[in-house]
Design a binder for this molecule. Sequence first.
Ligand code: HEM
Length: 182
Amino acid sequence: MDELFDTYNAMKDFLSFDDSDAARLKALAPVFAKHGAAITNAFYDQLGAMPSTAKIIDGRVEALKRTHIAWMGQLFDGEYGRPFFDRQFKIGDVHVTNNINPEYVEGVTTTLRLGGRAAIIEEMGNTNEALQHFDSLVKVLDLALMTINLAYQEERLSRISAFTGMSRKLLENLVKRGGKKK
Ligand code: HEM
C-alpha cells in the first residue's frame, strides 16, 4: 500500500497539484455546499439513463446520493495526504468488488467536471479566477479517479493471481514486459 501511496504522490507532482490548488479547493467548499445536491442529482440521472448502469443503482439511489455528497464535501477540505488517498482507494475497492466496470466510473466523472464548472461560473462569474478554481477542481477529480483506478488494477491482478496460482510478482513482471515471455 505504501508503494501505491508513493505512486499517488508522484501523480500529484505530475499534475503540478500544489498548495495553491489546495487553497482554491478549500475556497470552493461553499460553492459545492450550495450546488452539490444538484450536481449529485445530475450524476445519478446520468447513471440512471443507461440500462447497464441503471440496474446497478436501482433501489438505492437515495442512499448513494448521501454517500456521494459526503464524498464530494471531502474534496474541498484542503487535505490531500494519506487519508484522502486511503478514502479514494477504498471507493475504488467498493466499486471493483461490486463488479462495476471502470469505464462507467470514468465516464460519469464528466458530469462532475461539467456540473462543477457551471457551479463555479455561476458563483464566481466568467472570470480568470473562476477558471483557475476550475483547473484545481479538474486536478482533484483526476487525482481521485487515478487512485480509484489503482484499486481496480490491484484487485484485478489479485483475482488473476488467486485464479491461476501465479504470483503477483510474476504477473506484474509479465504486464511490464507487455506479455512477452522473455
Ligand atoms: C467518479 C465516480 C464515482 C464516485 C466518486 C462514486 C462514489 C461512491 C461512494 C463515495 C460510495 C460509498 C463507498 C463506501 O461505502 O465507502 C459509492 C458506492 C457505490 N457506488 Fe459509486 N461512485 C462513482 C461511480 C459509480 C458508478 C459508475 C456506479 C454504477 C454504475 C456506482 C455505483 C455504486 C454502488 C452500487 C455503490 C454501493 C456499493 C456497496 O455499498 O456495496 N458508482 N460510490
